[in-house]
Design a protein around this ligand. Structure first.
Ligand code: FAD
Length: 537
C-alpha cells in the first residue's frame, strides 16, 4: 500500500459558491451545536454549508458504551450527510478548518485533496472541545482520552486486550498489572467508564477465561477533586460513590496524577505522598480544552478566551464587534454555562433563530437564556443519578429516566431501535454485542503521531540541508546531515517527501511495513512481545 500526501492545491473556491444570491451561512462542526443550528435553518431562505472535520455527527454521551462493547460506533455516530439528506438548503463538506479570516469573511479548510476556501455572510462556529491533559500531553500516549470514535475504539481494544494478555501472562505480578484499570477523572464520563469496566469484569467476562478470574480485576477511579460527580451536589455525589464501591470500583479522591507511562500511573495524595499504581490500561476522562479556532477568533477580534480556551461571547452568542459570527456550544464562554449537549443544542437553535429574524427585518430576540433540563449519569446497569430542577434521584428510576432521554436524543430511528436491542443484550442478559477489536485500533494513533514527528524532523533536516546548499554558504556534501537527504522516489509527488523519506530511513517502502516496524517497539495490548510468554499447551 502506498500512501501519498498530495501537494497542497491552490486554494479553490467551492464550486457554486457564488451562484446563489441567497444569504450564505457557514457552520463549522457537525456536533450538537452545528447540527442543531443547521436543522433549525431548514426553512430559512439561506444556503447552509456545514464544514466538519468528521463525516459523522457524534453523540458523545454514549461514547463510553462504544469503548466497552455495548454499542457500535455507527449507533452513536450517524453520517451527517444522511441526517441532512432531506434538507435541500444544506451542503455538507468534509474538512478541518484551519483558518477563519473575519476581515475577508472566509473560512479555509483542508482535506486530503487540498485546501478549500468558503465565503460566508454569517458564520456559526461550533467546533467543540478536545481533551486536555493539563499541560502533560505526553500522558496521552498511554492514557487515551474519550472524545472521538477513534478514542473509543482504541480504548475498546486496550480494555479487552488487557484481559486477553492477562490470560496469557504467567508472571502473577504482571498479570495483576494487566488486570488493573485506572480511570482518571470522576466526572460523568469517568464514572460511567469505570462502572462499565467493572461490569465487564464482574459480569460479562466472568465465564470467558480459563486462567484468570476476571472478577479479581481492579478498577480504580482517580480524581484530584474531593468528590465523585462534584457538579451533582453532595447527596448524589455520595450516592454515586457508594454505588461505585458496591460494584467493585475503588474510588481514590484528592489524588493528583503526576505521571503516566506504559506500566503505571504516579499519583500524589492529599498529604503530598507520591505513590505508583502499576497498571496497563489507563483512561483519561479529565479536562477539556476548547478548539484552537476560539483563540484565532479572539485574536482577530480583540476578544478574550478563558482558561479552557473558550471564547467570550455577547449575550446573543455573537463575537464582540462581529454580529455576523456566532460561537456556540463547548467553544463559547458565557455566564459560566457548562459544556454540555443542551447548551450546544439550544445555542445552535438560538443562533439560527437570530439569523432568520435578521433576514426578515425583525428585531433581535432577547439574550440567550439556557434552559437547564437537568443532568444525569449512569453508574451501573439499573442505577443512575439524576438532578432535574429541585429533584435529586439515585437508583432505578433515575436510570429509566437516563434511558428514555438518551434514546430520545439519539439521531435516527434505526439507531434508536438497534441501540435498545443492544442495551437489552447488555443490561438484561450479560452479553456485549461489540467485542471485536483489532491491533490497528490500538496502535494507529501512536504510529500516526510518530510518523508526523518523524516527518517534521525530516522536513527540518531537509530545510537545514537546503540552507547548507545555498551558494552564499557553500558546505561540503558530506556536511550538515547530507546523509539525511531523501532519495527521490519514482512516481510520487514532491508533496509526499516526508512519508517517502521516512520510509527510506527504515528501509521500508510502505506505511504498512513501517507500522509493523514501529509496532515492534510498541509495548501495548496486542503487541507481539507478551505473546512470547504464551503457555505451551
Ligand atoms: C465522553 C463524553 C461524554 C459526555 N456526556 C455528556 C452527557 O452525558 N450529557 C451532556 O449534556 N453532555 C455530555 N458531554 C458533553 C457534550 O457532548 C458536549 O457538550 C457537546 O458535544 C458540545 O457540542 P458542540 O457542538 O459544542 O461540540 P461537539 O459536539 O464536540 O462538536 C464539535 C464538532 O466540530 C468538529 N470540529 C472540531 N474542530 C474542527 C475544525 N477545526 N474544523 C472542522 N470541524 C471541526 C468536530 O468534528 C465535531 O463535529 C459529553 C462529552 C464527552 C466527550
Amino acid at each position: 500500500m502506498t500512501v501519498e500526501t498530495p501537494a497542497p492545491s491552490p486554494a479553490t473556491p467551492l464550486p457554486g459558491d457564488r451562484r446563489s444570491s441567497r444569504h450564505k451561512v457557514v457552520v463549522i462542526g457537525s456536533g450538537f451545536g452545528g447540527l442543531w443550528a443547521t436543522e433549525a435553518l431548514r426553512k430559512a431562505p439561506v444556503d447552509v454549508v456545514m464544514i466538519s472535520g468528521t463525516s459523522h455527527h457524534l453523540f458523545q454521551p454514549l461514547l463510553y458504551q462504544v469503548a466497552t462493547g455495548v454499542l457500535s460506533e455507527g449507533e452513536v455516530a450517524p453520517a451527517t450527510r444522511e441526517v441532512l439528506k432531506k434538507q435541500r438548503n444544506a451542503t455538507v463538506l468534509l474538512g478541518r478548518v484551519t483558518e477563519i479570516d473575519i476581515a475577508a469573511k472566509i473560512v479555509t479548510s483542508v482535506s486530503p485533496l487540498g485546501t478549500t476556501v468558503t465565503p460566508y455572510d454569517t458564520l456559526i462556529v461550533a467546533a467543540g472541545a478536545g481533551q486536555s491533559y493539563f499541560g502533560n500531553d505526553q500522558f496521552s500516549e498511554f492514557a487515551p482520552g474519550m472524545k472521538s470514535i477513534d478514542d473509543a475504539l482504541e480504548l475498546r481494544g486496550r480494555i479487552f486486550g488487557c484481559f486477553e494478555l492477562a490470560e496469557l501472562c504467567e508472571d502473577p505480578q504482571e498479570q495483576e498489572e494487566w488486570l488493573t484499570f485506572v480511570v482518571v477523572g470522576a466526572g460523568p464520563t469517568g464514572v460511567e467508564m469505570a462502572g462499565q469496566i467493572s461490569e465487564l469484569a464482574h459480569r460479562t467476562l466472568r465465564r470467558d477465561f480459563r486462567r484468570i478470574d476476571t472478577t479479581k480485576a481492579k478498577i480504580i477511579l482517580l480524581d484530584a477533586a474531593p468528590a465523585v460527580l462534584g457538579a451533582f451536589g453532595d447527596k448524589l455525589s455520595a450516592a454515586a460513590r457508594d454505588q461505585l464501591q458496591k460494584i467493585g470500583v475503588d474510588v481514590e479522591l484528592n489524588a493528583k496524577v503526576v505521571g503516566v507511562d506504559n506500566t503505571g500511573v504516579d499519583i500524589v495524595d492529599a498529604d503530598g505522598n507520591e505513590r505508583r499504581i502499576p497498571c496497563r490500561c489507563k483512561v483519561w476522562a479529565a479536562g477539556v480544552s476548547a478548539s484552537p479556532l476560539g483563540k484565532q477568533l479572539a485574536e482577530q477580534s480583540g476578544g478574550e478566551v478563558d482558561r479552557a480556551g473558550r471564547v467570550r461571547v455577547n449575550e446573543d452568542l455573537t463575537l464582540p464587534g462581529h454580529p455576523e459570527i456566532f460561537v456556540v456550544g463547548d467553544m463559547m464562554a458565557l455566564n459560566n454555562l457548562p459544556g454540555v449537549a443542551q447548551v450546544a443544542m439550544q445555542g445552535g437553535k438560538y443562533a439560527a433563530g437570530q439569523i432568520v429574524r435578521r433576514l426578515r427585518g425583525e428585531p433581535p430576540a432577547p439574550p440567550f437564556k439556557y434552559f437547564d433540563k437537568g443532568s444525569m449519569a449512569t453508574i451501573s446497569r439499573f442505577h443512575a443519578v439524576a438532578s432535574v430542577g429541585k429533584i435529586r434521584m439515585a437508583g432505578f428510576f433515575a436510570w429509566l429516566m437516563w434511558l428514555g432521554v438518551h434514546v430520545m436524543y439519539l439521531v435516527g430511528f434505526k439507531n434508536r431501535f438497534t441501540t435498545m436491542l443492544h442495551w437489552a443484550v447488555s443490561f438484561i442478559f450479560r452479553g456485549r454485542s461489540q467485542r471485536t477489536t483489532t491491533r490497528q485500533q490500538i496502535v494507529a494513533r501512536t504510529l500516526m503521531a510518530r510518523l508526523s514527528a518523524a516527518e517534521e524532523a525530516l522536513e527540518a533536516a531537509e530545510q537545514k540541508n537546503s540552507e547548507a546548499r545555498e551558494p552564499s554558504a557553500p558546505v561540503a556534501a558530506s556536511d550538515a546531515g547530507a546523509d539525511l537527504r531523501p532519495e527521490p522516489v519514482e512516481g510520487r509527488s514532491s508533496g509526499s517527501a516526508g512519508l517517502n523519506s521516512h520510509a527510506d530511513t527504515t528501509g521500508s517502502d510502505s506505511v504498512d511495513e513501517l507500522a509493523a516496524a514501529y509496532g515492534e517497539n510498541i509495548d501495548q495490548p496486542g503487541d507481539a512481545a507478551p505473546l512470547k510468554q504464551a503457555p505451551e499447551s
